[in-house]
Design a protein around this ligand. Sequence first.
Ligand code: SF4
Ligand code: SF4
Ligand code: SF4
Length: 245
Amino acid sequence: MKPKVAFFDFTSCEGCQLTVVDSLQTHLDLLDAVEIVQFREAISERGEDYAVAFVEGSITRESDQARLKQIREQAAILVALGACAHIGGVNAIKNLAPLDDVRQYVYGDKHTWYATYATRPISAVVPVDAFIPGCPIDREEFIRVVKAVLLGKKPPIPDYPMCVECKLKENICVFHKGGFCLGPVTRAGCGAICPTYGDGCEGCRGAISNPNRDSMKNVLAEHGLTTEGVLARMTMFNAYEVTKT
Ligand code: SF4
Ligand code: SF4
Ligand code: SF4
């Protein structure tokens, strides 16, 4: 019997689900190996019997929690899909300002109509078995993680800094060009795509397990950057982590 798989979304742009659709188009073998019972982006069926759940999006409302817990109860394996679900992502930028100010800014005099609370990743609400980082996810990494999950293996997600990949590509370091980069503390796996095209890494894959933040701050200070400047840049995708204490 094929494993039953479902996809769900919370607060997100749905770009990671679109990447899944794109990825499956060239991996028909995988599509053949599972039964997708729910995937709003791709099919109209709404099956509630599934063993593996992929969850995109961050949790931004009290009411999200009950739905996520229900998914967790049903799924033997729950995978966070993309930066919003994994680390809070861009949605957590709102955590940097008082919640009422944010609601008024977005909804004006109707702000009391919309219930919302501080953004959090799905792991802040339920236990998560695996994650696929990135904004959006990498289409080939998605396939690797799905195969590992189905085989009961540990997903092959790198836990070393972006600088390793960047050096292997023989890029000129963005710092040496007067720019800014979070590569020293960010999880590798995207092929250092931003530095390769001349931009600094903004940390969309989240921090590695044991980042040397103090060393990072010292390096930045050497380049004339302040701690405030560093934090401001780390909050593009990692505001939940920065503000949660
Ligand atoms: S991680 Fe990025 S691409 Fe994926 S849903 Fe969130 S905002 Fe969209
Ligand atoms: S550009 Fe960024 S990722 Fe590349 S070596 Fe420099 S700090 Fe590291
Ligand atoms: S280089 Fe950094 S910001 Fe760019 S895709 Fe990779 S992890 Fe994300």
